[in-house]
Every structure is written in C-alpha cells, then in structure tokens.
Ligand binder design. Sequence first.
Ligand SMILES: Nc1ncnc2c1ncn2[C@@H]1O[C@H](COP(=O)(O)OP(=O)(O)OP(=O)(O)O)[C@@H](O)[C@H]1O
Ligand SMILES: [Mg+2]
Length: 380
Amino acid sequence: MSADPHLSLKGLTKVYDGRVKAVDRVELDIQNGEFVTLVGPSGCGKSTTLRMLAGFIEPTSGSIEMDGRDITFLPPNKRDIGMVFQSIALFPHMTVAENISYGMKVADEKFSQSEIDDRVEEMLELVEMPETADRYPEQLSGGQQQRIGLARSLALRPEILLLDEPLSALDEKLREQMQTELTKIQQELGVTTVFVTHNQEEAMTMSDRIVIMNDGHFEQIGTPNQVYNDPKSTFVADFMGKSNLFAGTVTETGPDESVVTTDAGEFIVDDTSFRTRASVQILIRPEDLMMSRPSDSQADNTLTGTVTIVHLLGSVTRYYIQSEQAGQLIVEDQSGGQLATEGDSVQVFFDPSECCVIPDPEPPVETDVSEPAMGVYQSE
Ligand SMILES: Nc1ncnc2c1ncn2[C@@H]1O[C@H](COP(=O)(O)OP(=O)(O)OP(=O)(O)O)[C@@H](O)[C@H]1O
Ligand SMILES: [Mg+2]
C-alpha cells in the first residue's frame, strides 16, 4: 500500500451559494486500478464529489491531485477522466456509434475515421452489444442504454472512470447482471474507478473500498468487510445493513473481555479497548445472532423473546423476535431449515467475538472532571 496514489482528494470542500456545505474537507487517496464506492443518504454530497473530480464543479477549497499533479482547476476534457452521470444522457438524435465516438470527435487529439470505427466496434464488444451501432437510443432498453453510456465514457480510454448511480434505473435481475459485467470490464481495463450507489449490497459486492458519506463528510473508509463488521459509528452500522444494537456502559474491563451493562442486561464482549464508564453500543449483525428453543441454562449473552415474523428469503430465513428485555431483534439463519414459527418462545444468544462495540456518538456530559472522558474510543 506504499505506492503513490493515482488520485488524491485533499481537504476537498464545496459550498454552494455561500451557504450549502455539500462536501466538507474530505480526504482520500485512491490507488491505481482501485474500485472505490461512495455510499450515503440522498443529499450527502456524493454527486458533488464526483463532479469536482470530473471538473464540472470548482471546489470552494482543497485540491485534487492525479499522479501527484494538481488538477483542481483543469477543465474536464483535459483530465483523462470518463464519467457516467446519474441521469442517463445519451444524445437522442445520434446513433449508438455516434454517441460512443462523440468524445473522440471533440477531443484535442485527432482520430482518423478508421480509428474511430475500430474503437466503436471495440467498445461495443466490451459491453456485449455488437451490431447495435446504427440504432438510436430510443430503440434500446434502459439497461442497454446504460451500457452504451458506459461504452461512451470508456471510448477515450480514460485513466479514471467516475460512475454516478449507473445502475439505479435497472430492475434487480438486470442490475445484478450489469454489476458483474461492470466489475469484469473494470478489471479487464484496470481503470481506477469511483462509483456511487445507494445500494449497500451493490457496494459490498463490487468495491475494493467503501466510503460512507454523511452530511458532506467521510464518516468511514474501509474494505467491505471492515465497514460491515467493524463500523466506527452507528450511522455506518445502520447504513451498511441490518443491525441489533444495544446501548450501554462499560462496567468492567479485563485482559480479554469487557462487560457492558445495558437496559437488556449485562453482555460480555471481547473488545477491551474501551475504558470503564465509556458509553457504547453493542452491534450484532442478524447472521451472528443465534436462536434456539428456550432452556433453563443461564448462559452469557442470552435473551428471550417471541417470534413475531418469519421471512423466507431464499437462501436466508429472517426472524423478527420481540424480546421483553431488548425490544425487536433480528436473526438471520442460513441453515436452510426453519428454526421456529410465529408465536414460538425462543432464546437468542451471541458469542463475545461476534459482536462489535461502537463508541456512543454523543457521550453524556461528564460532571466529574477527575474521571477520564466517557466514550473515548481507542482505535488500534
Ligand atoms: N447546483 C447546486 N446548487 C445548490 N445546492 C446544490 C446544488 N447541487 C447540489 N446541491 C445541494 O448539495 C447537497 C449535496 O448534493 P449532491 O447532489 O452532491 O447529493 P447526493 O449525495 O448525490 O444525493 P443523491 O443521492 O440524492 O443523488 C444537497 O443538499 C443538494 O441540495
Ligand atoms: Mg447524486
């Protein structure tokens, strides 16, 4: 990971109309060939970030570097960046071939007609749509139009590809197919990619790293595994999937385990990085919460409840459980069988190593100043 980054965002900031802080001092180094995905709620600044990278919007402050060269104020056509916009925008009056070759025709670099024809053919092969060169966009399905949009953005063989929700208009099946194709094309070309999506699963399956954006800032950056299993905030935990969360306070710390006291009882966790009295949330993903028939044994980390809903989701069965101590819990089971039906009394439990302890976002105000600050998270 010591290689120089391909693309660097340094304190990148955009304030619209002097008051809307759309992007707020974000920092990111992207390696050559990496696939990085921005996720986050509507309006958090994803498109604004991409548009600054592409050169369509000037940052208010901060800078963008490509291979160490400052490109912050370089016009879009001088950046060697291809972009697919959030709304598909093929030129309706141009054929597929004309759409794909548009960039080559207006580029500074001069291309001969045979070079253009060859490149169009190559791009159509890449997106697996040969023999559509003479069609017009209205003669294509939505998914095919998106593929041509992708072909158009790749025709100039950009070093960097920016994709703003390119799959959002597709139905689920086509979307999955395009996810696979896009990943394949990206790897074949080795093009550094920044992708935007609302879809958490899409982000998880396609990315080398995921950036979770919240209100203009980067809340967490990590591999899919890191942001899913080791979120640093409840915002990230909730955004990256279903969660069982218990708010509590660290009441004991030992060499290997800590005790967190919550409204639902005491839980043993194997995270020892928090101080006593720290306010925390325990996160257990639904697949890490196990379920069985009630028993009299007083095992650690066990809660009781009643199954209220069972959802068969194909390979996974999801159980919603109402617990007297903890409210609603979600268990997901992949064993294939049905563990319980609606109305059954059950117990649910988890292993101390299968949970994640998250610092509370707003620790209560400390009244005793001689005590260490509450909720201090010591990472690494
Ligand atoms: N041209 C503009 N002028 C003023 N405000 C803008 C402009 N473009 C975007 N904004 C505001 O900046 C913020 C970020 O917008 P942006 O389009 O980057 O969000 P996004 O994360 O892409 O959202 P979505 O998921 O809905 O596409 C929003 O509050 C938006 O209203
Ligand atoms: Mg957007």
